[in-house]
Design a protein around this ligand. Structure first.
Ligand code: GDP
Length: 451
């Protein structure tokens, strides 16, 4: 292949930081951080709500929103001004590229948040799986006026996928309460929708204590970051004393344990940024193990090519190092960009992640499964593959029920040998989602990479 070689880079000098030690000292002083994905049916107000959150949390200026408002009004779409905050995200503006999983950052006094937004336009499901697998929690947006359809279609699918990638906590925003009929801020409608959602999430496997439900309006702004007036139709909302932002703060997971920092580096690449002026090649993603600092040597799988880290960003800001649990950007050098794609894993060169074409997975079947072709989703990565062998059905403890069944029925859990058409970097314990004919047919974890 006739590809230009990587341009010469300035050599990066190591500062030799003892990251686990520094982090142990720093983490108590630093804000907690958390990332969430926004899920829910199209038009239920996800983008508007997030635009509102960014505005009221001070991450976007009123001046910017006024400018969008003017442009939107000229186009006869004035109600879309807040949603545009999300469409023209900071990443996209700054780097001049479209990204698959946009990151928006905002902070409260106690928490630094990252919104992971998979834009709906193209390849939505793979991007959503990718975004959700980087997240700590999900925000489910439900239009209060859509009592029936709220639990169907995309809502159902997104909730299922959130569960499939292992998300445990959900904050539900019962949205558009400013427009309930016949009267706005109908408490009855809120209660009815809340009842439906909680039941549905329970059936989908979310524990009651991990679900919070908040009434709000993204468009008019009540109860997103600011509580509504204590008088007027939304007074009952003020009494709950739980804005969406407070609910998010209360849902922040505990910090990743110090041990995770000392394990070999693992970071799946969510997006690759090429052609930046100061940083010609950068990758973003969630670090799931280990840590990184400038001058670290890393390996990219499946290409097996090495690279050097020239800089690190966390929550959109330059930092001396990044640690497991953080959403970060690594600026890389000493590698030809053709060797790195989204879905790849950046890992320790000394202890790299394995690359395989088949593995054994413990899968909960959502549909009947036969030896058949499936799309295999491993976080951000998705490849064509096959269920090549039904090894056994198992009980909740993992004990074998039946060896070599002829089929696995919906609701059963089974050990399956999965074969993929490309080399994939994977590890034991990683989540797998299997899809076929546009639907999710099973999900679970990798039991053994050497199948
Ligand atoms: P998304 O597809 O879920 O991201 O939804 P959008 O944020 O694009 O909103 C879809 C439509 O619903 C737009 O016309 C919005 O102006 C409108 N909308 C969004 N949030 C609210 C709300 O809180 N109240 C009302 N009345 N309309 C809203």
């Amino acid at each position: 292949e006739n590809t230009p070689s990587a341009p010469a880079q300035p050599k990066v000098r190591s500062r030799g930081l003892d990251v686990p030690k520094l982090w142990a000292e720093e983490k108590s002083k630093r804000k907690a951080s958390a990332a969430f994905v926004v899920i829910g049916h199209v038009d239920h107000g996800k983008s508007t709500l997030m635009g509102r959150l960014l505005l009221d949390a001070g991450a976007v200026s009123q001046r910017d929103v006024d400018r969008y408002q003017k442009q939107a009004t000229e186009l006869g779409k004035s109600s879309f001004a807040l949603a545009w905050v999300m469409d023209t995200g900071t990443e996209e503006r700054e780097r001049g590229v479209t990204v698959d999983i946009a990151q928006h950052h905002f902070s409260t006094d106690s928490v630094a948040f990252t919104i992971l937004d998979a834009p709906g336009h193209r390849d939505f499901v793979p991007n959503m799986i990718g975004g959700a697998s980087m997240a700590d929690l999900a925000v489910l947006v439900v239009d209060a006026n859509q009592l029936e359809s709220g639990m169907k279609g995309q809502t159902r699918e997104h909730v299922l996928l959130a569960k499939a990638v292992g998300l445990k906590r959900i904050v539900v925003a019962v949205n558009k309460l400013d427009s309930t009929a016949p009267n706005a801020w109908s408490q009855d409608m809120f209660q009815e929708v809340k009842g439906n959602v909680v039941k549905f999430l329970g059936e989908s496997g979310f524990a009651k204590e991990d679900v919070m439900v908040v009434p709000c309006s993204g468009l008019s702004g009540e109860n997103v970051a600011k509580a509504p007036e204590a008088s007027g139709p939304a007074a009952w909302v003020a009494e709950t004393d739980l804005t969406l932002l407070k609910a998010l703060e209360q849902s922040v997971p505990s910090e990743v344990s110090g041990d995770a920092l000392k394990r070999p580096l693992r970071m799946q690449v969510a997006d690759v940024f090429r052609g930046g002026i100061t940083n010609p090649l950068s990758v973003s993603g969630r670090m799931t193990a280990g840590n990184a600092q400038a001058a670290d040597a890393v390996l990219v799988q499946p290409s097996g090519e090495t690279a050097a880290v020239r800089g690190v960003e966390v929550n959109g800001e330059p930092r001396d190092y990044a640690v497991a649990g953080q959403i970060c950007t690594l600026h890389l050098t000493d590698i030809d960009p053709i060797h790195i794609r989204s879905g790849d894993v950046v890992c320790s060169a000394a202890q790299p992640v394995s690359v395989v074409t088949s593995f054994l997975a413990k899968i909960e079947a959502l549909d009947s499964l036969l030896p058949q072709s499936v799309d295999v989703h491993l976080g951000r990565l998705h490849v064509a593959g096959n269920i090549s062998q039904l090894v056994a059905t198992v009980d909740t403890k993992g004990e074998t029920l039946k060896k070599k069944p002829r089929m696995v029925k919906a609701g059963q859990t089974a050990l399956l040998k999965v074969t993929v058409e490309d080399d994939v970097p994977v590890e034991d314990g990683e989540t797998v989602v299997l899809r076929a004919q546009g639907g999710t047919v099973g999900f679970g974890t990798i039991e053994r990479t050497s199948a």
